[in-house]
Write a protein that binds this ligand. Structure first.
Ligand SMILES: Cc1cc2nc3c(=O)[nH]c(=O)nc-3n(C[C@H](O)[C@H](O)[C@H](O)COP(=O)(O)OP(=O)(O)OC[C@H]3O[C@@H](n4cnc5c(N)ncnc54)[C@H](O)[C@@H]3O)c2cc1C
Length: 475
C-alpha cells in the first residue's frame, strides 16, 4: 500500500513537472531545458552548493521576465532566480526546480539602450542589469566618461553587485556602487515592472539596492558617471607593522573631502605572508587627467611624505589596465586549474574600533595569511545593506584557496570560517558579513538587526509569495 502511494506520488510529481515544462515552453524569451544549460546554471564561483533548476531563461527583454514571473505566480508555483555571472560563493543565484534567468545573456537591442547623457545632476548611463562592469567601462570610456565607484574585479554584473553593495578602492571617496545609482527598472515578485528612484517608488528603490535579489529583478540601472582619467599612477606600499599600516590608511581616508589634488583616488589594503613575517600592503592610486605626469607625481610626493611604509613601488598604467588588474589573476588561476575549484570565501566588514583585535585574533591568530580589504565611509542609509557601527570600517575579504578542490581542505576552510565568526562573537567584535551566507532565518534576523522588520515588510510588499532568489535562504 505504502509502495503504491509512493508510486502515485512520484507519478504526480512527474506529471506536474511535465505540465510546467510545457507551460514554460510557450513563453517568449528562450527557455532552455537543455541539461548542459541547467548544469551550467547550477554552478557558481564558490562550487560548494549545487541545486538544479527545471529550466534556464535567456531573456530578450524585461517583458520576458515579467511574463515568467507572472507564470510563476499563476501556475502550480515555481521559484525564479536572476543569475548574473554566477560569482556567488554558496549557490545564491541557484533555484531548485524553478527557473534561473541568465541575465548576462544580453542582446544587441538591449545594449543599444546604454546612452550616456549629460544630465542635470551629473552624467549617467543606463545599463541592462545583466551587463558586466567591464562592458559598462568599454561603453562609457570612448565618451570620456566612467562610473565613479568600481568593484576591484569588473567581470561581475551590475544587477549582481547592486544586490550586495559593490565595493572597491574608490568606495572611500564615492561610497559603494549602490550609492551611485539614480534610478532602476525592477520586475517585482508580483510580476510588475516598476521604475524606481529616491523620488519615485522609494521603498522599492531602497529595498532593492543591497537587497540580495529579494524584492525584484533589476533590469535597468542608471549609473552616475564622472570624467574618466587617461591613465593612473599605481603605488604599492609595504608595511610589517599593523598599527603603522592602519594609521596610514586612516590618515588617507581622513582626506576624502579634500580637493582631488590633495588625496588619492583609490585605496585598497591587503595582507599576505612574506616567507615568515606578515606583510601588509596598501595600494594607492592617483588619476591622471589633463595635467602632466610630472605635476601629478609632485602631488603624489606630498601625500607619500606623510606616510611611513617601508617600501614603495610606483607604476603608470592606462586607466583600463588598472581597472582590469584582477583579470590577469583570473587568467593565471584558470591556467593552473585553480579557478573552477571550490572557493569557500568569507567577507567581513569590521568596525574600525575592533580592527586591532581582529588582526591579532583572526589574521595572525586563526588564518595567518591572505586577505584584503579597506576602509569605507559614506554608505547611503537608503539601501538594504547592513554595515558595522560608525561611518568608517574595514572590509576584509578572506581569499581562500582549496588547491584542486580536495574535500578535506574545503571542510577545513569552512570550519575555519565558522571559527572566525565564533571568535568575533566571543571577543565582541561586531562584524557584519559583506556577502552574507546563512542557512537559518534566525541568523538572518541577527544579521539585519534593526533593519530586519523593514526587510521583512518589504518582502511582504514586493514578493509576497517568496518566489525570488530563494538561493539566499532568507524566507
Ligand atoms: C573573483 C571575484 C572578485 C570579486 N570582487 C568583488 C569586489 O571587488 N567588490 C565586490 O563588491 N564584490 C566582489 N565580488 C563579489 C561579487 O560582487 C558577488 O559575487 C556578486 O554576487 C556579483 O556576482 P554576479 O554578478 O556574478 O552575481 P550572481 O552571483 O550571479 O548573483 C548574486 C545574487 O544577486 C542576485 N542577482 C543577480 N543579478 C540580479 C539582478 N539583475 N537583479 C536582482 N538580483 C540579481 C542573484 O539572484 C543572487 O542572489 C567578487 C567575486 C569574485 C568571484
Amino acid at each position: 500500500m505504502v509502495c503504491k502511494l509512493m508510486l502515485m506520488f512520484l507519478f504526480f510529481l512527474l506529471t506536474s513537472t511535465v505540465v510546467l515544462a510545457l507551460d514554460l515552453s510557450k513563453l517568449h524569451g528562450n527557455i532552455s531545458f537543455n541539461s548542459s544549460d541547467i548544469k551550467a546554471a547550477s554552478l557558481d564561483f564558490g562550487r560548494i552548493n549545487h541545486v538544479e533548476s527545471l529550466a534556464v531563461m535567456y531573456p530578450n527583454s524585461e517583458q520576458d521576465i515579467v511574463h515568467l514571473v507572472k507564470k510563476a505566480l499563476s501556475t502550480q508555483g515555481f521559484n525564479v532566480s536572476a543569475r548574473g555571472k554566477g560569482h556567488s560563493a554558496y549557490g545564491q543565484a541557484q533555484v531548485a526546480g524553478g527557473v534561473v534567468i541568465d541575465m548576462s545573456s544580453t542582446t544587441a537591442s538591449l545594449q543599444m539602450r546604454r546612452k550616456p547623457v549629460q544630465g542635470r545632476i551629473s552624467s549617467y548611463v543606463d545599463v541592462w542589469g545583466g551587463d558586466q562592469w567591464i562592458n559598462v567601462l568599454n561603453y562609457t570610456l570612448p565618451h570620456g566618461l566612467a562610473p565613479k565607484s568600481w568593484t576591484d574585479y569588473l567581470h561581475v554584473t551590475v544587477g549582481g553587485t547592486l544586490s550586495y553593495a559593490g565595493i572597491g578602492g574608490q568606495t572611500y571617496l564615492h561610497g559603494p556602487q549602490i550609492s551611485n545609482v539614480y534610478e532602476l527598472d525592477v520586475v517585482t515578485g508580483k510580476g510588475e515592472l516598476k521604475t524606481c528612484s529616491k523620488e519615485q517608488n522609494t521603498e522599492l528603490f531602497c529595498g532593492v539596492l543591497g537587497g540580495l535579489g529579494q524584492f525584484g529583478i533589476i533590469t535597468r540601472a542608471r549609473i552616475s558617471l564622472e570624467s574618466a582619467p587617461g591613465s593612473v599612477i599605481l603605488m604599492q606600499l609595504t608595511y610589517y607593522d599593523f598599527s603603522v599600516f592602519t594609521k596610514d590608511q586612516e590618515y588617507l581616508i581622513s582626506l576624502h573631502e579634500k580637493p582631488a589634488s590633495e588625496r588619492f583616488d583609490s585605496l585598497l589594503g591587503s595582507v599576505s605572508v612574506d616567507t615568515v613575517p606578515i606583510k601588509y600592503n596598501l595600494e594607492v592610486v592617483k588619476y591622471i587627467y589633463k595635467s602632466t605626469t610630472d605635476a601629478v607625481n609632485q602631488e603624489v610626493d606630498v601625500l607619500l611624505a606623510k606616510l611611513d611604509s617601508v617600501s614603495i613601488t610606483r607604476n603608470i598604467l592606462s586607466y583600463t589596465n588598472y581597472l582590469e588588474r584582477l583579470w590577469q589573476l583570473e587568467l593565471d588561476l584558470r591556467s593552473k586549474g585553480l579557478w573552477d575549484v571550490p572557493h569557500p570565501g568569507l567577507s567581513l566588514l569590521v568596525p574600525k574600533s575592533s580592527i586591532r583585535d581582529f588582526d591579532k585574533g583572526v589574521i595572525k591568530g586563526i588564518i595567518g595569511n591572505n586577505s584584503n580589504g579597506n576602509l569605507y565611509c559614506r554608505w547611503d542609509p537608503c539601501t538594504s545593506a547592513v554595515t558595522p557601527e560608525g561611518d568608517v570600517f574595514y572590509s576584509v575579504w578572506l581569499l581562500r584557496t582549496t588547491g584542486k578542490g580536495n574535500k578535506a581542505i574545503v571542510d577545513f576552510i569552512m570550519n575555519q570560517n565558522q571559527e572566525i565568526l565564533n571568535f568575533c562573537k566571543k571577543a565582541e567584535i561586531k562584524v557584519r558579513q559583506y556577502l552574507p551566507y546563512y542557512e537559518k532565518q534566525k541568523e538572518w534576523v541577527d544579521h539585519y538587526g534593526d533593519k530586519w522588520d523593514l526587510f521583512r515588510k518589504r518582502k511582504m510588499e514586493f514578493d509576497p509569495k517568496h518566489i525570488l532568489a530563494t538561493g539566499q535562504h532568507i524566507f
